[in-house]
Design a protein around this ligand. Structure first.
Ligand SMILES: Cc1cc2nc3c(=O)[nH]c(=O)nc-3n(C[C@H](O)[C@H](O)[C@H](O)COP(=O)(O)O)c2cc1C
Length: 185
């Protein structure tokens, strides 16, 4: 095993190690207007019902749109959309129609009013399940009520954010199923 020469590390920068799954594009619709924001801070909370916790800052235009409509779609982009995702996360829907600005296709969802982004690899239609943590932490707990994804590729080339404008792209897959107890898979 490798040994590391470690130094004191600023706790305010630990996101670099823990930044979770892929960045996603959250699409919403409220009072006839659509919007998109980029989001990296999310976590899976339960298999069934399929629950996801998402941090959506109150400074974002999307915050009130999603809170008031109680719905959104979590869209998972692949590598070719990386620059678009960065740009979407650096402008506000208060003064931009982001679908138009970034030439993305707003497709009707099956179960929610928010449109899904056709150009993304997968789309998770979400309903706000619990708002108890919104005021305190800006954390929205959603239930995914419908999901759309292609059969292939099974493991998409997702984009992950380190912070400081730096991204990682998912690459190698490892099959370690042999180490898993059946109930843990
Ligand atoms: C890579 C990346 C990740 C981001 N992750 C989050 C996040 O997890 N939560 C959040 O509230 N904002 C996040 N943002 C910032 C929002 O996407 C940004 O404030 C956006 O402009 C909000 O759009 P809106 O005002 O139209 O809702 C992220 C931005 C980028 C570029």
């Amino acid at each position: 095993m490798k040994s590391y020469n470690k130094q004191d590390f600023p706790v305010s920068e630990i996101r670099r190690f823990l930044e979770p799954g892929p960045i996603v594009l959250v699409s919403s619709k409220h009072r006839g207007r659509t919007n998109i924001m980029t989001m990296g801070w999310h976590m899976v909370m339960e298999f069934s019902p399929a629950l996801i916790g998402c941090l959506i800052s109150s400074g974002n235009h999307s915050h009130s749109m999603i809170r008031d409509s109680g719905e959104c779609v979590i869209n998972i982009p692949e590598l070719p959309m990386a620059a678009t995702a960065a740009k979407i996360g650096n402008c506000s829907g208060a003064d931009n129609d982001k679908f138009k600005k970034f030439k993305l296709t707003a497709q009707d969802s099956a179960e929610v009013g928010a449109p899904l982004i056709r150009e993304c690899y997968a789309n998770l239609e979400c309903r706000l399940r619990d708002d108890a943590l919104i005021d305190r932490y800006n954390v929205f707990i959603f239930e995914v009520i419908k999901a759309h994804a292609p059969a292939r590729p099974k493991y998409p080339k997702t984009i992950h954010y380190y912070g400081e404008g730096m991204f990682m792209v998912s690459g190698r897959s490892l099959n370690l199923r042999r180490y898993f107890r059946p109930g843990m898979l």
